[in-house]
Every structure is written in structure tokens, then in C-alpha cells.
Design a protein. Structure first.
Length: 132
């Protein structure tokens, strides 16, 4: 007989994986697939990538951070398209997922890539100054 407690350390850094985190991962995977193949809105199609999903502890709200290919105007159009598609997305998730409640979906632009690009630009400039 094998003692499974020996493997507890392999799960992570001692912290259990919460239900809201599991639901967030499931939502990210399902919605990303829907954006790729089922959402036909041209404001969204092929332009949006889901970067992160945060689900509230009570599982009533999910905030999806998205990256949009294009300028600020394209971002605004994509968010409008996502907001319009939110009802369809929730309905489809309700048919596919075996969870009691599908969270309300809130979309926001993920600015982490902008910050990363800004830091890289500053570092490049600093490196170029040192070489001169």
C-alpha cells in the first residue's frame, strides 16, 4: 500500500489550489477557445488574447484581463465587442461547464505588456548611453 501523503509537497508551495483559481483556469481555457472559433464579432475576432482571469471568492464575478492587437481605438472596440458577447459567452459556458453558477464577466485591458515594453525601452536606452 502506497502512502500518498509523501506526494503532498509536489502540489505547490504548500498552498492549496482554491476553487476560485480552478474556476478561473477553466474559464480562461473555455473563453479563449470561444474567442478563437465561436465569436464572430469583427471587433474581437483574431485580435484578443486572454492574459489572466480573476474570479471572486463567491464565484459571482470574473474579471478577464485581455490584450488587444492594435491601438487604443482597437482596444475600445474590442472591449465593446466583448461586453456585447458576454451574454452569449455566459450562456454557452452554462451549457458546457458543470458548475452551479457562471460568474458575471467583466473585461479590462491588460496593461502589463505596455509596462514591460516601457521598461525594456528604458533599459535599452540606458545600455546605449553606457556604450556611447
Amino acid at each position: 500500500m502506497m502512502d500518498y501523503e509523501l506526494f503532498d509537497g509536489l502540489k505547490g508551495a504548500g498552498k492549496s489550489y482554491s476553487r476560485s483559481e480552478r474556476v478561473a483556469d477553466l474559464l480562461k481555457e473555455e473563453i479563449a477557445g470561444m474567442l478563437f472559433s465561436e465569436i464572430k464579432d469583427p471587433r474581437v475576432q483574431g485580435l484578443v488574447t486572454i492574459m489572466a482571469v480573476k474570479v471572486s471568492k463567491d464565484l459571482r464575478h470574473a474579471t478577464l484581463s485581455v490584450s488587444v492587437l492594435g491601438d487604443r481605438e482597437a482596444e475600445e472596440r474590442a472591449i465593446a465587442g466583448l461586453d456585447k458577447a458576454a451574454g452569449f459567452i455566459r450562456f454557452t459556458l452554462g451549457k458546457r461547464l458543470k458548475i452551479k453558477r457562471i460568474p458575471a464577466l467583466h473585461f479590462k485591458i491588460d496593461r502589463s505588456l505596455d509596462a514591460q515594453e516601457h521598461i525594456e525601452k528604458l533599459l535599452r536606452n540606458l545600455h546605449e548611453e553606457r556604450e556611447s
